[in-house]
Design a protein around this ligand. Structure first.
Ligand SMILES: [Zn+2]
Length: 313
């Protein structure tokens, strides 16, 4: 073989290698083409877990929030927007939680993307407590903390999955029925347990996340902050919480996940009470993920803590 021919052969080999390398490079787009799974992007952790339970091995679910990130202050980065733009399904809580979602959806060029607003046909409640910077009359976005609402959210997600992938309709519907049964059982367990409590006041050293849960089970819920954990509680508000703890003979205050528990610590110190976690499950940490937590396991733990804190049977 001449030198010139050898050189030519080497160039051809390098080109073939380059084409092979590019085609094998993993990307969101390639995954869609290669594994035939529906690409689903979710915003908050409960939605991620609902989609996983309904879609199982037929879907590839991505949680947009990085592990441990508090979601009220979250805004998608250009890369997140690109990921949404390449998906089949985008599942979000509703416009009061992901205030950025409508603008992003308007800008999406992927005409095959289906957006699922899981709050559809859920009756939102007005949040009863507001920070000074939150407008009165805005709706409480924490709909997943009512297990009846959670079942409607599951239905909305299932409808989206069926629309994008009708060939697996029966699979999605069967899984949805089974998951909704778990939610119904959880609801029954909460009802039975919370009916027996000596204390009916839930004092929360965090933001106003459990309004739906309190309403469903007839509890009185007071929180140090409004519907987002974005401002310091006022001195008046802290004084009023301390008074409620003392008046009602409360022995435990509850603190929230993913943020510093310093408000609860202050309340506990001031009143000689102890602290218990009440986890609203907006998002989970890497450690939670590694430990295999789920929306249902978090809610079971919450009930166990409520049982202690509210002195239930
Ligand atoms: Zn929240």
């Amino acid at each position: 073989m001449s030198k010139k021919l050898l050189y030519f052969a080497a160039v051809i080999l390098v080109l073939i290698g380059a084409v092979f390398f590019v085609s094998k490079r993993p990307s969101q787009y390639n995954q869609t083409l290669n594994n035939n799974k529906l690409q689903v992007i979710t915003t908050l952790y409960p939605l991620y877990d609902f989609v996983k339970n309904i879609g199982q091995d037929k879907v590839e679910v991505t949680l947009l929030l990085p592990p441990g990130v508090e979601p009220h202050a979250f805004e998608p980065k250009p890369n997140d927007v690109m990921v949404i733009n390449q998906a089949d399904l985008f599942v979000y809580t509703g416009k009061f939680m992901e205030v950025w979602a409508e603008d992003i959806l308007k800008g999406v060029t992927n005409k095959n993307l289906k957006a699922v607003d899981t709050s559809e046909s859920i009756k939102l409640i007005l949040s009863e407590f507001h920070d000074e910077d939150e407008p009165a009359g805005s709706s409480d976005p924490h709909i997943w903390l009512d297990f009846n609402n959670a079942q409607v959210m599951v239905d909305n997600i299932t409808q989206g999955l069926v629309e994008k992938d009708p060939s697996n309709k029966d699979f999605y519907l069967t899984n949805a029925v089974s998951y909704k049964k778990s939610l119904k059982d959880l609801d029954d367990k909460y009802k039975t347990t919370l009916n027996t409590c000596k204390i009916k006041e839930v004092v929360y050293g965090g933001h106003y996340a459990f309004g739906y849960l309190a309403k469903r089970y007839g509890l009185n819920y007071v929180a140090a902050q409004g519907i987002a954990p974005d401002s310091e509680p006022t001195a008046n508000n802290m004084v009023s919480l301390v008074e409620q703890i003392k008046e009602n003979g409360i022995k435990y205050v509850f603190y929230e996940e993913l943020t510093s528990p310093k408000i609860s610590q202050t309340l506990a110190k001031e009143t000689g009470t102890q602290m218990l976690l009440l986890n609203a499950a907006h998002n989970v940490t890497k450690q939670d993920q590694d430990n295999g937590v789920s929306y249902l396991s978090i809610m079971e733990e919450n009930l166990a803590n409520l049982k202690i804190g509210l002195e239930c049977q």
